[in-house]
Design a protein around this ligand. Structure first.
Ligand SMILES: Cc1ncc(COP(=O)(O)O)c(C=O)c1O
Length: 419
C-alpha cells in the first residue's frame, strides 16, 4: 500500500499553505483559519514601565522584583529579561533560581524560603544565590556547614527574617540580636540583612500594620544592616516601611495591590491580556437555560456566544453570572457555569458578534481585579492559575493583543511556547 508521505505529487499543484489560508480568509469566516487562539499576550513594555512606577514610588530605594511562581504566571525568564533594571530577583524555590541562571541572568537572586534541602547548599553557593534564613534548622546547617571543604564558596547575603506578626516564616523578634550575631560569626557569609513581611498591608487601616512596624523597629535597634519590609501594598500604603529594599511582585504585573487604589490610578499597565475567540454564536429563546446545571435562564430571546476558554485554561470555575467579558472590545458578560473548555457569554449588549471574534477575559480594557472580584478570587490566583494549554505571545507593542492577533495569521514572530 502506498505511503501517504511518499506518494508522487506534482509540486506545481501544491497550494502554499499560507496563500491558501489567506484565500480562504477572504471567502470564509476568519475563525476557520485560526487555531483555538486562547492566548496570554505578555506586554514587555508594560513590565518595564511598571518597574519604573515602583521606583518612582520608592525613590532612592533598591527594588527586588518578585518573580516566583513563574513570575506570577507570566513566564519566569521572559519577565526577568524585561526587568533587568531591577536590583535583585526574588524567587521561592531553588529550581526557579536555576531557571534564571540557566538563562544567563547574572543579577543577585534571593531564595525567599531559603534552602529546603541541605544537599542543595553547595550548588546554591556556587550559583551565588542569596538566602532568607527563617528558622533554627537553616541557621544550624549554616553554622555546621564545612566551609573549609568548599574552599572559595561563600554566601553573598543572608536575609535574617523576623516574624513580626504574619506568623508564617521567621524568628521571633526577641531573637533578632542573637541570630544576627550567629550569622555574622560565620565568616563565609559576606553580609547579613534584615527583613520581615506584612500580613495586612493591603488594608491601610488595619492595626496590625503599625504593630508589625513597631515590633520590627524595636527588634533591630542597634543592628546596622540593610532592611527590607515592604511588599507592593506596603510600598503604596506605608512609605515608612520602604527601608533599603522594596519587594514588589504584583505591581510589576500591572495589578493594584490594594482595593483602595485602581491599577490605573497608580499608573500601572496590565502586563498580561488573556484573549480567546468566539467558537459559536446562537440565538437562544427566552426561558431556555445555558450550560451545566442550567444555572442561567435566558430572560428574553437573546444572542449567546460560546468562547474557547474554560477552567482547563485557568479561567476561574467560580466566576459568577455577570462577570464582565469584552467581545470585540465591547462589554459583555458571563452567562452560566464555566466548563472545562468553554464559557457562554451574554451578547445582548454587543452590537455585532461573529464566530472568530476576539474575546478578552482580562487585561487591556478589563482589569483583572474586576474579574477576580466576580469570582471570589484574587488577581494573584487568576494569574498563577493560567494553564499550560494557553499559548503565550510576547510583544513590545503597547497595543499588544490586537497587533499580535493580526500577526498571528501571518507570522510566528512573537510565538513562544508556554514552559
Ligand atoms: C516574602 C514576600 N515578599 C514580597 C512578596 C511580593 O508581594 P506582592 O506581590 O504583593 O508585591 C511576596 C509575595 O507573596 C512575599 O511572599
Amino acid at each position: 500500500m502506498g505511503c501517504l508521505w511518499s506518494c508522487n505529487v506534482d509540486p506545481d499543484r501544491l497550494i502554499p499553505v499560507r496563500r491558501y489560508r489567506l484565500d480562504v480568509a477572504q471567502v470564509l469566516n476568519k475563525a476557520l483559519i485560526m487555531s483555538r487562539e486562547t492566548i496570554a499576550h505578555i506586554n514587555l513594555n508594560a513590565l518595564s514601565h511598571n518597574l519604573e512606577r515602583v521606583r518612582a514610588m520608592a525613590p532612592g530605594k533598591r527594588v527586588m522584583a518578585v518573580v516566583k511562581a513563574d513570575a506570577y504566571g507570566h513566564g519566569l525568564h521572559r519577565v526577568a529579561q524585561a526587568l533587568t533594571a531591577a536590583d535583585l530577583f526574588a524567587v521561592a524555590t531553588f529550581s526557579e533560581a536555576q531557571v534564571l541562571r540557566r538563562h544567563g541572568l547574572a543579577h543577585p537572586i534571593l531564595l525567599l524560603e531559603g534552602f529546603h534541602c541541605v544537599g542543595d547548599l553547595p550548588l546554591i553557593l556556587q550559583q551565588n544565590l542569596e538566602l532568607v534564613v527563617h528558622n533554627d534548622e537553616q541557621l544550624q546547617v549554616l553554622e555546621q556547614f564545612d566551609w573549609q571543604q568548599h574552599a572559595g564558596l561563600s554566601l553573598r547575603r543572608a536575609w535574617l527574617k523576623l516574624d513580626t506578626g504574619m506568623h508564617r516564616l521567621g524568628f521571633a523578634p526577641e531573637r533578632s540580636h542573637e541570630v544576627y550575631q550567629r550569622l555574622q560569626a560565620i565568616a563565609a557569609i559576606q553580609e547579613v540583612a534584615l527583613m520581615s513581611h506584612f500580613a495586612c498591608a493591603d488594608a491601610s487601616d488595619h492595626p496590625l500594620n503599625a504593630e508589625q512596624i513597631r515590633r520590627f523597629d524595636a527588634a533591630v535597634v542597634g543592628i546596622d544592616a540593610q532592611q527590607s519590609f515592604a511588599n507592593s501594598a506596603a510600598l503604596v500604603n506605608f512609605p515608612v516601611a520602604h527601608r533599603d529594599w522594596v519587594r514588589s511582585g504584583i505591581m510589576l504585573y500591572g495589578v493594584s495591590p490594594t482595593a483602595e487604589h485602581s491599577a490605573a490610578s497608580l499608573g500601572l499597565r496590565p502586563a498580561l491580556t488573556l484573549n480567546t475567540r468566539l467558537l459559536a454564536v446562537h440565538q437562544v429563546s427566552a426561558g431556555e437555560s445555558l450550560g451545566y446545571g442550567a444555572d442561567f435562564v435566558c430572560p428574553e430571546d437573546m444572542p449567546v456566544g460560546i468562547a474557547a476558554i474554560g477552567y482547563g485554561d485557568g479561567y476561574p470555575r467560580h466566576a459568577k453570572n455577570g462577570t464582565p467579558i469584552l467581545v470585540n472590545g465591547q462589554q459583555a458578560s458571563l452567562a452560566g457555569r464555566v466548563s472545562m473548555d468553554m464559557i457562554a457569554i451574554d451578547l445582548r449588549h454587543v452590537s455585532k458578534a461573529e464566530v472568530g471574534d476576539t474575546v478578552t477575559l482580562w487585561g487591556d480594557g478589563l482589569p483583572i481585579e474586576t474579574v477576580a472580584a466576580h469570582a471570589d478570587a484574587i488577581p494573584y490566583q487568576l494569574l498563577c492559575g493560567i494553564t499550560s494549554r494557553v499559548e503565550y505571545r510576547l510583544s513590545e507593542a503597547d497595543n499588544a493583543p490586537d497587533e499580535a492577533l493580526a500577526n498571528a495569521a501571518h507570522s510566528n514572530t512573537f510565538k513562544v511556547a508556554n514552559p
